[in-house]
Design a protein around this ligand. Sequence first.
Ligand code: PEP
Ligand code: MN
Length: 300
Amino acid sequence: MGKYIKKNLSNKFPTKDITKDDKLNKLPISTSKKRKRIVKIGEGIVFGDKSIPIIAGPNGVENYKLMFETAKCLKKNKINIIRGHAYKPLTFPYRSNQYNETKDRGMDIMDSIKKEFKLKIVTEVTEISYLDRICDTADIIQIGSRNMQNLELLKECARTFKPIILKRHFGASLRDFLGAAEHILIEGNEKLILCERGVSIPHTHRDTSRFALDIQAIPALKELTNFPIISDPSHASFWAPWVPSLTLASIAAGCDGLIIEIHKNPKKSAVDPLQPLNFKQFSNLIQKSRLVAKSINRKI
Ligand code: PEP
Ligand code: MN
């Protein structure tokens, strides 16, 4: 045993990923704690305050009927932000014959839904040339995890001065994540919402769990930044049965909002059919989420 004992072994705090020097010189805006940061989307819809706004909807804007049914479900649950991508990044270039990006037609569908239901719209931008059309309709633009360090895209999105959801790449450290955020902030757009959406670790690479939700990133990011942190349990777990637990855990961990993928008929979802909750499962989850939020003095 003796050979393992070291008299002067100290338990000094280990070096952190983000140093004091990083905060001062590389991440001055994202890590500044001088101001409270809230991102207001509309009357009573605020990220970074006591409330926890929910963003829900299918993966893609498949057709008008799906978005109409989804909007009705959101209204019933008093949820104000609908999501759906008209332009879609895919992991592989191949697609089933039932799936096609709806692109500009999808944005027109979102536009009708916005007007009919008075919902706020979140949609993803994959390409600078789509930005103009997206900005005509979207209330928040999403930069997907695969584009987290697409620096030209970040810059152009920032310059629209729309609120932005920046998703953490599944292999990115918090240092790189905040570095990407800084590219947006330096343009003067401070309407930034950061999203944890699961990280890639070797043993999660199975069909049912491609990523692991980094719950710990929520309090860790809160220590580093005042910008709102939201969680996307759907893209993290890739597996609908786990989404409710991960949603409740995210609320308990202090998230400032959630993205939840839902579909009227998940099995028929054009992409990622294992991932969305059906409308009934979603309504149940919202009820439970409200209870957990209330127990920590927050509100959904
Ligand atoms: C999405 O939100 O539909 C999406 C593709 O997310 P991510 O970029 O996190 O994979
Ligand atoms: Mn998706």
